[in-house]
Design a protein around this ligand. Structure first.
Ligand code: C5J
Length: 221
């Protein structure tokens, strides 16, 4: 069984029951000039995940293992967007407003889709999610049941928001989650550091943390 060095201890997974989850690697969050940057964020903190994630995807696909991508966003009429989510904070642009890459976080818009480097390939599942967690109001549980999934390798953005929420949801549903430090990103370096520590603390309170090269090596064995 593949085993990788991880915090708080080695993480073993069965290739037949493990899926790679790539969370919200969307242009609206990652592209310079996009929504994320308009909120005052440093998108380079997220963009550093693209290269290791592309290498991981290559290895994972070569091993013939399942990949699930998610995208945070809403229907064009915003009927699936809680009013509190729309009005929170004082952003110069809100969800649904016209942005540099189309209406912000609206399904079907250029900015809502995944960055070019990490585009899904045929056969990969794409889950559109209205919330931060990938299980809330989506078909993800059914997809994982059909695949016979027990473990998740979790990547994407942002570490302390959608990655954390999804890992917490997955942990409560009985999945073993390995989060890859070099393939998850936060706009805030301190949240990245603490977010990863929180996952593996207390003996792995809701998961394990490792680096992607060890997973790539493990699946090639
Ligand atoms: C945020 C996300 N940060 N994908 N979304 O609003 O983490």
């Amino acid at each position: 069984m593949p085993t990788v060095d991880a915090q708080p201890g080695p993480f073993s997974f069965d290739k037949d029951s493990t899926a790679l989850v790539v969370i919200d690697m969307q242009r609206d969050f990652l592209l310079p000039g996009g929504f994320g940057e308009s909120l005052g964020n440093d998108v380079s903190q997220l963009r550093r995940t693209i290269e290791p994630l592309a290498a991981l995807l290559k290895g994972w696909r070569e091993a013939g293992l399942p990949v699930i991508h998610t995208r945070e966003g809403h229907k064009p009429d915003l009927s699936d967007c809680p009013p509190a989510k729309l009005s929170r904070g004082a952003p110069s642009m809100r969800i649904g407003d016209p942005g540099a890459f189309g209406r912000i976080l609206i399904q079907g818009e250029y900015g809502h889709d995944i960055v070019d480097e990490l585009q899904p390939v045929d056969g990969e599942v794409v889950i559109d999610k209205p919330g931060k967690g990938a299980f809330y109001a989506t078909e993800l549980s059914d997809v994982l049941d059909k695949l016979g999934t027990k473990s998740l390798i979790v990547t994407g953005v942002t570490t302390e928001v959608c990655v954390h929420t999804t890992v917490r949801e997955a942990n409560d549903r009985g999945y073993e989650c390995l989060v890859l430090a070099d393939c998850v990103g936060s706009y805030f370096p301190e949240f990245q550091q603490v977010g990863l520590k929180m996952i593996a603390a207390q003996g792995g309170i809701f998961g394990w943390v490792a680096e992607s090269p060890s997973v790539i090596a493990a699946i090639q064995e």
